[in-house]
Design a binder for this molecule. Structure first.
Ligand SMILES: Cc1ncc(COP(=O)(O)O)c(C=O)c1O
Length: 375
């Protein structure tokens, strides 16, 4: 299925050629690399190189480079360490059966990074530079893209205030970087429904805040609630809106969907405090293609509680790049604890998961032109 050209524009190829490449003098041996790729724990193993582009207020984006992966030397006064002016992205490179390497909707990640940058008073990185950095790194470290089932090379573009300065203002110097990490199947032993704790005590974001931006601070705010959920025996935490505490928002790192008995598919609308997931928008499209009514709206948590009990809500799932689509089998909060559909993963949930991963791994046609060939 990976025969479509899906090549980059000339301008992106031109930028890829402009990257200076400093080869890692001590790359992992083939045996070490294969051992690392074979048993990766999410986010702990990194490839031989990293991509970087520097920005200054006077010079703009400059110094496109691919260099050996390694620690960054930082002045202790570097602004990001104090005020958290930082954003990031997450996408994957997938190996297809013919050996080619592809990624999924990278322009959407580039666009989201621009939006995040605007909110965090960081400079917007042009889409072509974003794509070129991702492609340049993957081409350099192609051998690190896993070949086995359900595995991928996770790509982490990020941008941070690199100016050593303690005044509270947006930085005049910024670094954009991409690192890559081979990842195995998210669920060892196959997909299983997860349990969710509905958090009423803390919010990850609020009206007018940074919830719609992919910035580190949102994740820092989600860590304590996640620990509380874990201490109660739950896999993940689900946040409610920060204004009224009435409506479902999202999980710490995934969007949420529910399916009703009439086949309609519902997800919280983008209110400004929810991250607009690339997986979320792809699912909205795939469910529409299948003829399902798709609704983005405010979903009161009471509707969820009552719907699970009455059987009107038949499936609940979470979605994001890392785990693709994850069935939710149990939801609980201070005043309720419900098992969804007897813990069954859900027919539509699993069908959407199969279709989306089929497109990503080149097993079924990419009718929306979502796949981009990297190498
Ligand atoms: C808070 C949050 N919501 C939703 C998502 C899902 O986004 P995507 O589908 O683009 O991975 C993520 C993952 O990046 C996330 O961190």
């Amino acid at each position: 299925m990976s025969t479509a050209p899906a090549t980059f524009s000339e301008s992106v190829e031109h930028i890829i050629d402009e990257f200076s490449v400093t080869p890692n003098p001590h790359p992992a041996s083939e045996a070490d690399r294969n051992a690392l790729i074979g048993a990766p724990k999410f986010g702990t193993v990194f490839t031989d190189h990293m991509a970087a582009i520097s920005w200054s207020r006077t010079g703009g984006w400059d110094d496109h480079r691919i260099v050996p992966y390694g620690p960054l030397a930082m002045d202790p006064a570097t602004a990001v360490l104090h005020y958290g002016q930082e954003i990031f992205e997450g996408l994957k490179a997938y190996r297809h059966a013919d050996g080619s390497t592809w990624t999924f909707r990278p322009e959407a990640n580039a666009a989201r990074m621009k939006k995040s940058a605007a909110r965090m008073a960081l400079p917007e990185l042009p889409t072509d530079d974003f794509l070129a950095a991702v492609a340049g790194l993957v081409r350099t470290d192609q051998a690190w893209v896993p070949t086995f089932h359900d595995s991928a090379l996770y790509l982490r573009p990020f941008m941070f205030a690199s100016e050593p300065f303690l005044g509270v203002r947006s930085a005049n110097e910024v670094e954009f970087m991409v690192i890559a990490s081979p990842v195995g199947p998210y669920f060892s032993g196959g997909v299983r429904p997860v349990s969710i704790w509905l958090c009423r005590t803390y919010h990850r974001a609020g009206p007018g805040g940074t919830g719609a931006a992919k910035c580190g601070g949102n994740y820092a705010a989600s860590l304590l609630p996640q620990e509380i959920a874990a201490s109660k025996g739950f896999d993940q935490v689900c946040f409610l809106d920060g204004g009224e505490g009435t409506y479902l928002e999202e999980l710490g790192g995934m969007n949420i969907f529910l399916v009703k008995a009439d086949g309609s598919v519902h997800t919280p609308e983008l209110t400004g405090s929810i991250l607009e997931g690339v997986t979320r928008s792809s699912i909205l499209q795939l469910a529409t293609d299948r003829g399902h009514q798709v609704v983005e709206r405010k979903i009161p948590v009471t509707e969820l509680q009552e719907g699970i009990v009455s059987g009107e809500i038949t499936e609940v799932f979470a979605c994001g790049t890392a785990a693709v689509i994850t069935p939710i089998g149990r939801m609980a909060g201070q005043d309720f604890d419900s098992v969804i559909a007897d813990g069954d993963p859900g027919t539509l949930t699993m069908a959407l998961r199969e279709e989306l991963t089929g497109i990503q791994y080149g097993l079924i046609p990419d009718r929306h032109g979502w796949m981009q060939r990297l190498a």
